[in-house]
Write a protein that binds this ligand. Structure first.
Ligand code: SAH
Ligand code: SF4
Length: 393
């Protein structure tokens, strides 16, 4: 390599020496518009044919799960070669895969060096199953019962990285093409790592992609976004995505919710309930789910159950009682089964469906609130070292 003559010549030369060839853009997580624009920009389709070409490629990616342009047999060979030269369809690396005794599968996906998030498939008995996806690596909030909350935020996941979680699961479950009648992955829940409403743009774009009828085709009514209660974003979530809403309530008094879910200090219960009542499209056919984690001696008495009934009166709602899932060092215990059943009975008598979420995948720490990755924010000192100009060697 020719030395570069600039005032910082040495530095530049070192950087160039280590520079890798520019990465090929990945088409697998792009929106339809981005895909069309990318094909035109790379000269693979002219503007007149771009819509048709993008439609073909889209179907191969999102209906058939293609990860190789060679499979796209209705596209002429030279065009396929041009696509392969300009783009990639590669999936992110799977750092680990674990399967629990009860059929739950957990993938730890590495999106970039050191940036990992977990995705969990929870098969159901009735032929349907939910994929629990992450929206962030870590979380800025620190709910005291949640393992992810102990990690801190590393970063938001991009829309493509959220979509990739569904693609990785489909690959593993052999569920391409989308139209398979026996598919087990039928629902998506944003209940993995992170607070989806702090990454709403990317969550909404990912939702557009995975609900597209000519692609993965999971309808918006089968996609649930769970929030700890980011009140100012609730309306936008409903209007932008049409997703089903789940709210992590866990307490009916501000003093207690302030401790369990500290976001409550910013948006207290009364404001949260007002925003839920105003959620776009809420009705008997589209109920909000209130999640309530059962913590022994903390929020699980009959009086708590009655207070809950009073609080949600008039809201088209269902309850989801989540037995607390322990994790190393957790400051809580799960309520006794008899207390959970008594709590559910009070809700049922008041007319609410209140299924108790069976703990699944606990043996591999894949249950709700047990997810935590090893990813860590690079320390400021490490970043400074990486950014420092190279000295003479
Ligand atoms: N940040 C969002 C979505 C991710 S958490 C939210 O808080 O809603 C998904 C669900 O898991 C939430 O209802 C959360 O309260 C629950 N959860 C967290 N830790 C848990 C634990 N240890 N046991 C049981 N449920 C837990
Ligand atoms: Fe974040 Fe949700 Fe865990 Fe709270 S419960 S720390 S909001 S992931």
């Amino acid at each position: 390599m020719q030395p570069a003559f600039t005032p910082h010549g040495l530095t530049l030369t070192l950087l160039l020496d280590h520079a890798s060839p520019p990465a090929r853009p990945n088409l697998a997580g792009m929106t339809r518009d981005e895909l069309r624009a990318a094909l035109v920009a790379a000269g693979v389709a002219d503007a007149g044919k771009a819509r048709m070409r993008a439609g073909q490629v889209w179907r191969w990616i999102h209906h058939y799960g293609a990860t190789d342009f060679a499979r796209m047999t209705d596209i002429a060979k030279p065009t396929r070669a041009a696509l392969a030269q300009a783009f990639t369809l590669a999936r992110p690396a799977i750092a680990s895969r674990q399967e629990s005794g009860d059929g739950v599968v957990k993938w730890l996906i590495e999106f970039a060096p050191g940036v990992q998030a977990e995705t969990v498939f929870i098969p159901d008995v009735a032929g349907s199953g939910a994929l629990c996806v992450s929206s962030q690596v870590g979380c800025t909030l620190n709910c005291t019962f949640c393992h992810t909350g102990t990690q801190g935020l590393v970063r938001n996941l991009a829309a493509a990285e959220i979509v990739a979680q569904v693609q990785v699961a489909r690959d593993d479950l052999h569920e391409w093409p989308t139209s398979r009648e026996d598919r087990r992955l039928t629902n998506v829940v944003f209940m993995g790592m992170g607070e989806p409403l702090y990454n709403l743009d990317n969550v909404a774009t990912a939702l557009d992609i995975i609900s597209d009828n000519e692609g993965i085709a999971i309808s918006r009514r089968r996609i649930t976004v769970s929030t700890s209660g980011v009140v100012p974003q609730l309306k936008a979530l409903g209007e932008r995505t049409g997703a089903m809403l789940a709210v992590s309530l866990h307490a009916t008094r501000d003093e207690l919710r302030d401790v369990l879910a500290p976001i409550n200090r910013r948006y207290p219960i009364a404001e949260l309930m007002a925003a839920v009542r105003a959620y776009p499209g809420l009705g008997n056919a589209r109920r909000v789910t209130f999640e309530y984690v059962m913590l022994k001696g903390v929020n699980d008495t009959a009086a708590d159950a009655r207070a809950l009934v009073k609080l949600i009166a008039g809201i088209p709602a269902k309850l989801n009682l989540i037995p607390f899932n322990p994790w190393p060092g957790a400051p809580y215990e799960c309520s006794d089964w008899s207390a959970i059943e008594a709590f559910a009975a009070i809700l049922n008598r008041a007319g609410y469906a209140a299924p108790i979420r069976r703990p699944r995948g606990r043996d591999i720490l894949a249950a709700c609130g047990q997810l935590r990755s090893q990813s860590a924010k690079p320390r400021a000192s490490a970043l400074r070292r990486m950014a420092a100009p190279a000295g003479p060697s």
